[in-house]
Design a protein around this ligand. Structure first.
Ligand SMILES: *Cc1c(COP(=O)(O)O)cnc(C)c1O
Length: 392
């Protein structure tokens, strides 16, 4: 019996506390956390700078509503703008909210507002994930997730991910307001955009006056080895959404847009009671400041290449894809990934299986070489065990 709705089928473990890359359950058992709440706690658990910022702010002011300014939202927006610009001011404006879905919801509303009457269609990619609200669910390119919730909001169309030719046909400038893409599709198994794809998307959007929206909710803030996934591709999006890692576990999301695009919103067009409130902003400010201090993208790139190299050498691993510390480990035997994730958990390693043949690894960007070696040793044993157990 549970009082919680059955929207998840949680594993049979209760975590009580953590420290850096390590989690402990209520029995005192130790785990290496190579999932980070799905790319959320990028600085590790109980990070002292973030903890101190939350404690200090909680004694000062938690909330005043957006009918008033607060001391933290404006400087946080400026920091985020600099990261979007890869260290330089990017000339954008930010709307703060509480989650990735809300950040994308804001991006979609902004695209419709900027697109004007009749130009409201948002094109996104098959295999994408953009959130669970009705609009972001329809933007999500996984039709099996749509089925039970028809009718979904109108104005969403999907194209094959990575196919520049399909974009050419789908981006009708008379109807389409925006193209919404991820630089890596995390939720269907860590599938990166092929080389040249985002550049082709940028060029087509420019030619046709269509906005390019990048969902960096999972890939953003250093995880891929650059501040944002799109930085690997040499493009500038019109709108960028972030959330997961922004508060290192404190719920906060943000929608960044070029100033000229953001200008489409007028007072009253969009809002959020909690968005940009002081406590969440304090956590996000401490997170970004610490990430800049550590040069988090550099840490992710270095640790990521060590981890990817180690994974490629494991028996039973067919290939490794992704970037930095967002990696998909493709197993030789399709359908083994859920068993590998479950057995890893029992063996003290937290990972997950976003697809039947893919194990996702997203450890803290601060993960040590020793912790990577320890995780690889656990995975090696687990994959061998699962392979043996299911042989005829
Ligand atoms: C997690 C995720 C979202 C949704 O974020 P929530 O905070 O769960 O609403 C949207 N887009 C991507 C790419 C994500 O990984």
């Amino acid at each position: 019996m549970t009082y919680l709705m059955g929207t998840y089928a949680p594993a049979d473990v209760v975590f009580s506390h953590g420290d850096g890359s390590v989690l402990y359950d209520t029995n005192g058992k130790r785990y290496l956390d190579f999932l980070c709440g799905i790319a959320v706690t990028s600085l590790g658990h109980a990070e002292p700078h973030v903890a101190r910022a939350i404690c200090t702010q909680s004694r000062r002011l938690l909330h005043v509503s957006n009918l008033f300014r607060n001391e933290l939202a404006e400087p946080l927006a400026e920091r985020l703008d600099r990261l979007v610009g890869d260290g330089q001011p990017a000339g954008g404006r930010v709307f703060f909210c509480n989650s990735g879905a809300e950040a994308n919801e804001c991006a979609i509303k902004l695209a419709r507002r900027a697109g004007g009457h009749g130009r409201h269609v948002v094109v996104s990619a098959l295999g994408s994930f953009h959130g669970r609200t009705l609009a972001t669910l329809h933007a999500t390119g996984q039709t099996e997730k749509h089925r039970a919730f028809q009718p979904l909001p109108e104005g969403f169309e999907h194209v094959a991910y990575g196919d520049a030719g399909a974009l050419d046909a789908a981006l009708d400038p008379d109807r389409v307001a925006a193209l919404l893409l991820e630089s890596i599709e995390g939720e269907i198994g860590v599938v990166p955009a092929p080389a040249g794809y985002l550049r082709a998307a940028r060029r087509l959007c420019d030619e046709r006056g269509i906005l390019l929206l990048l969902d960096e909710v999972q890939t953003g803030l250093g995880r891929t080895g650059r501040w944002f996934g799109f930085h690997h591709h040499g493009i500038r999006p019109d709108v960028v959404t972030v959330a997961k890692a922004l508060g290192n576990g404190m719920p906060i999301g943000a929608c960044w847009a070029k100033a000229a695009v953001a200008a489409a919103f007028e007072p009253g067009d969009h809002g959020s009671t909690f968005g940009g409130q002081p406590l969440a902003c304090a956590a996000a400010t401490a997170t970004i400041d610490r990430m800049v201090e550590l040069d988090a993208p550099r840490l992710a790139a270095a640790a990521g290449s060590k981890l990817a190299e180690g994974l490629r050498r494991l028996p039973g691993v067919a290939s490794v894809r992704g970037a930095g510390l967002l990696l998909g480990c493709v197993l030789e035997t399709h359908l083994f990934a859920p068993a590998v994730a479950a057995r890893s958990l029992a063996s003290g390693l937290v990972v997950n299986a976003p697809a039947p043949g893919v194990v996702r690894l997203a450890p803290p960007l601060t993960v040590s070489d020793e912790e990577i070696d320890e995780a690889l040793a656990i995975l090696k044993g687990v994959i061998a065990h699962v392979a043996k157990g299911t042989e005829p």
